[in-house]
Design a protein around this ligand. Structure first.
Ligand code: NAD
Length: 519
């Protein structure tokens, strides 16, 4: 039996080097295998059964509009209700299973994903446009979440340390909550979807999972893997469909106990508002974990290692086409080194390759036509708000490929310096000094990630004290949070600071019961 004490310590997954021909060939083989299964009709899993729908929608390769990944049911509001009600029924027995049993299932799932990691990555290369390294980082993070939360569930099952009142035995237990609606984004379609889902399941809750509409196939792969690992179908409902149609139903249902959401600010605010309204028959206040957008900044002070700073900016701004909540969308540079850093950033950016993710370029396509149009509109705004120094255009007829785009001399209050663009667009802003740089960095409604490059320990200490973000990085890029090392979640409108991949995370999926027994 798996126990807290006998498990080896958690350690993150290692990555492959895809410049080595045999590693590249292994990924190409996985891509071919995943491609060979394209075009099929998928089913939802509701109340433990495969369930179709009257209407279906297609998931399409964003890099090749003729390539259909698969057809997914557009679930109806009635089916969403059935999913919540059957999850509530399943909760009555699942909540009584032991944490050891659930952790064992999760470790089995982690093992299965390790065995097939390239297949999960291949699906993301084709469905989300990630290059090999970005896709593998996503799969590895999903595995890390499973390994980490399995151990954490066992830790929360240990007796709590309490002051023992004389003449009493005092105890506290952590109980599951109920039905948790899990709504992930498309940009980490394996890691975030897996992390939120397994955090709910391993703590004894049942789940209604609605995958993002742009990436249902990878979500379906994860659900199938969890069933194969032994999680009963009844405890994990998989319901694809339009967020607008079934999202409200899932969130508002009186038997929904909690919503674990990661996505945009607008949708997060809507969920927050709807979930706060008590529905007829509802007997609890719904809990919400909402991890939202960012407008993340890298500050380069005049004493920084400028080469390292320029490399960090380019990696953070254009990795996965800038479609990370942690992406650097503002480079705030001290005036004394502004031109030098800007020139080097442009030079490094000019070397980036853009193309079909299956050929492993630096950058693949953006997620959808809708996303591409929005990003191009922001670029138009940016042309007026600053000086376009690189990119600014679409680079192909088919597929949603955009050039990495750099707009210099942007004012701190410009639209492109305030709103989340969620694409490969970097606004470069000049700061008079470090105080000014901090003021600019803190001057948006968000507070997710940030980085400061400086050789001065006092400057770095000031960043620790005054840069108001949930995840701060010093002398390194602002993307690439690791489970167990960089618990992740933001301040202000970036969300509820839930700290995914940290030791407090599972507590959000549990409720504590205190028991005092008179001796
Ligand atoms: P989105 O808000 O458009 O969609 C997120 C999910 O919500 C999807 O599954 C979508 O189908 C669903 N949805 C849409 N309308 C809904 C409704 N009315 N009710 C319920 N669900 C609904 O976000 P996205 O485009 O998928 O993801 C990008 C956003 O996610 C960016 O803003 C990014 O910063 C953010 N993000 C944040 C984090 C973080 O940890 N803070 C991590 C990744 C992404």
């Amino acid at each position: 039996m798996t126990s807290f004490k006998t498990l080896p310590d958690y350690a993150p997954e290692k990555y492959h080097d895809f410049s080595i021909p045999e590693n590249r060939a292994a990924m190409e083989k996985a891509i071919a295998k995943i491609r060979s299964g394209f075009g099929k009709k998928y089913a939802n899993i509701i109340n433990g059964k495969e369930t179709g729908a009257e209407k279906y929608f297609a998931s399409v390769n964003p890099g090749k509009s003729s390539e259909i990944i698969g057809h997914f049911p557009l679930a109806t509001a009635d089916q969403a209700v059935e999913a919540v009600e059957s999850a509530w029924k399943a909760f009555q027995t699942w909540s009584k299973t032991t944490p050891e049993h659930r952790a064992e299932l999760l470790l089995t799932a982690a093992r299965l994903m390790k065995e097939r990691r390239h297949e999960f990555s291949a699906m993301m290369i084709l469905e989300a446009g990630k290059n090999f390294a970005e896709a593998e980082a996503d799969t590895a993070e999903a595995i890390d979440f499973m390994e980490f939360y399995a151990r954490e569930a066992l830790r929360y099952a240990q007796p709590s340390e309490l002051y023992q009142m004389p003449g009493e035995k005092d105890e506290m237990f952590y109980l599951p909550m109920g039905v948790i609606v899990v709504i992930p984004p498309w940009n980490f379609p394996c890691a975030i979807l897996t992390g939120m889902t397994v955090a709910a399941l391993v703590t004894g809750n049942t789940v209604v999972l609605k995958p993002a509409s742009d990436t249902p196939a990878i979500g379906h792969m994860v659900a199938e893997l969890l069933y194969e690992a032994g999680f009963p179908k009844a405890v994990l409902n998989f319901v694809s469909g339009s967020g607008g149609t079934i999202g409200d139903t899932l969130v508002a249902h009186p038997k929904t106990r909690m919503i674990a959401f990661t996505g945009s600010l607008d949708v997060g605010l809507r969920i927050n508002e709807l979930a706060s309204k008590v529905q007829p028959g509802q007997i609890w206040l719904k809990r919400i974990v909402a991890e939202l957008g960012g407008k993340d900044a890298i500050i380069v002070n005049k004493d920084a290692d400028l080469e390292s700073a320029a490399q960090g900016i380019v990696a953070s701004a254009f990795g996965f086409q800038g479609q990370k909540c942690s992406a650097c969308s503002r480079a705030i540079i001290h005036r004394d080194v502004y031109d030098q850093v800007l020139n080097r950033v442009v030079e490094l950016t000019s070397k980036l390759t853009v193309g079909d993710a299956a050929t492993n370029p630096n950058m693949g396509p953006v997620s959808s036509e809708r996303a591409m149009k929005t990003i191009l509109q922001y670029i138009e705004t940016g042309r007026k708000e600053g000086r376009l120094v690189f990119g600014g255009n679409r680079v192909s007829e088919d597929g949603y490929y955009l050039a990495p785009t750099i707009i210099a001399d942007v004012k701190p209050d410009a639209v492109i310096a305030q709103e989340e663009i969620f694409g490969p667009v970097l606004a470069v802003i000049k700061a008079e000094n470090f105080d000014h740089a901090l003021e600019i960095a803190n001057g948006t409604k968000y507070g997710l990630t940030g980085a400061v490059y400086s050789a001065d320990p006092q400057i770095l200490q000031r960043a620790k004290d005054e840069f108001f973000v949930g995840n701060l990085y010093l002398n390194r890029k602002c993307t690439g949070a690791m489970v167990g090392s960089h618990p992740f979640g933001g301040f202000n409108m970036s969300g509820t600071d839930s700290k995914a991949g940290g030791k407090d995370y599972l507590l959000l999926f549990l409720q504590a019961k205190s028991v005092a027994t008179k001796l």
